[in-house]
Write a protein that binds this ligand. Structure first.
Ligand code: PEP
Ligand code: MN
Length: 368
């Protein structure tokens, strides 16, 4: 005996449900049109779209008239969804895809650091000491970069240190040292800025403004970087989701600066054998969701020298446009991150291995 014969009225009941679905759909659409019209009136009158008093009133009346069998909580929940969908409709501009999203711009953004393109298919390398410590220290690293064909020199002048008693960086003097070495060896310089008020001054020295993990949600800093005329190297916060990371980038781009590079630098987990946990899946997700170039910081994500090569290869294989790493002439005496920076011979070896693996080519600019 078939199911239909056992329940002769099932089909009929289903037909009735289908009818009601259709009616609900028509009514919901009518309701949405009315909500949209109300939105227009509110806009014309300069009134806030969201009216919690009105919403409370509607919910109270619905619950009061609830004939069952749904309980009051369910009715509230269902209608809250309808109210929310209507509000979203009134605010549809905010629902548009983000400016940093691939939905808004399907083609890759190529960031121009001066005449050097980043994100054009070639793999870029940003390297240099954690902190700028002296002219000689930066010169030695700059020379090594030059010899390896790497054209983006990094160095921290304003250091956002966890302890206030640790080396805080040389400040403007550090930027001056970096610029001098950059000019001497024909390199572009990248340095972190931590204070929105310093951005304008920093632009006189640096080619790229770095915003560090600890400042990824310093919204005033993001806005100031959005008004800057230099590209921005934005690092993911140590406990930021990918979505929060993209919203941070949106702050910069929506203020008028489209030249943003994203850098995955590891997130905080319970794992102790690496300093952070490199979220490798963030790389293809960021590439898929956004048109901005994506870097991986192989130094801060791992905090160890012995796995930098496979991690760099993994990052580039996952689709990263470049990698960042810390290089110091004598890491054991470095004023910050002494345990994780590699020295110049190690850097040379690293570059050689990357070349051998086909990830970078020998004639490289930003390695390409
Ligand atoms: C840095 O790159 O200099 C740095 C401090 O890294 P992060 O902001 O990712 O901790
Ligand atoms: Mn560092």
């Amino acid at each position: 005996m078939s199911q239909e014969q056992k329940h002769p009225d099932l089909e009929q009941l289903r037909n009735q449900i289908d009818d009601i679905n259709q009616q609900l759909l028509q009514l919901l659409s009518q309701r949405a049109e009315l909500a949209r019209a109300i939105g227009e009136v509110k806009k014309a009158q300069g009134i806030n779209r969201f009216d919690p008093v009105r919403e409370r009133d509607m919910l109270d009346r619905l619950v009061q008239d609830n004939p069952g069998p749904f309980d009051d909580g369910t009715i509230r929940h269902l209608f809250k969804q309808i109210f929310k969908a209507s509000l979203d409709l009134q605010q549809k501009n905010h629902k548009k895809a983000l400016l940093v999203s691939r939905k808004r711009r399907p083609e890759d953004t190529v960031v121009h650091v001066g005449e050097i393109p980043v994100g054009n298919g070639a793999k870029s390398i940003v390297a240099g000491p954690c902190s700028v410590e002296s002219e000689e220290q930066v010169r030695q690293v700059a020379q090594a970069l030059k010899e390896q064909g790497v054209s983006l020199l990094r160095g921290g002048a304003f250091k956002p240190r966890t302890s206030p008693y640790d080396f805080q960086g040389l400040g403007i003097e550090g930027l001056r040292i970096l610029r001098k070495a950059g000019d001497e060896f024909g390199l572009k310089v990248v340095s972190e800025i931590v204070n929105p008020a310093d951005i304008e001054l920093a632009e006189q020295y640096v080619d790229v403004i770095q915003i560090g993990a600890r400042n990824m949600q310093n919204f005033e800093l993001l806005k100031a970087a959005g008004a800057a005329s230099k590209p921005v190297f934005l690092k993911r916060g140590m406990s930021a989701t990918v979505e929060e990371f993209l919203f941070a980038a949106e702050y910069i781009v929506s203020r008028g600066n489209s030249q943003v590079m994203l850098c995955e630098r590891g997130i905080r987990t319970y794992e102790k054998w690496t300093r952070n946990t490199l979220d490798i899946s963030a790389v293809p997700i960021l590439k898929q969701e956004s048109h901005l170039p994506v870097f991986v910081d192989i130094t801060h994500s791992t905090g160890r020298r012995d796995i930098q090569l496979p991690v760099a290869r993994a990052a580039l294989a996952a689709g990263a446009d470049g990698i960042m790493l810390e290089v110091h002439p004598d890491p054991s005496v470095a004023l910050s991150d002494a345990n994780q920076q590699i020295d110049i011979p190690q850097f040379n070896k690293f570059m050689e291995e990357m070349r051998r693996a086909g990830f970078v080519t020998s004639s490289t600019a930003t390695v390409g």
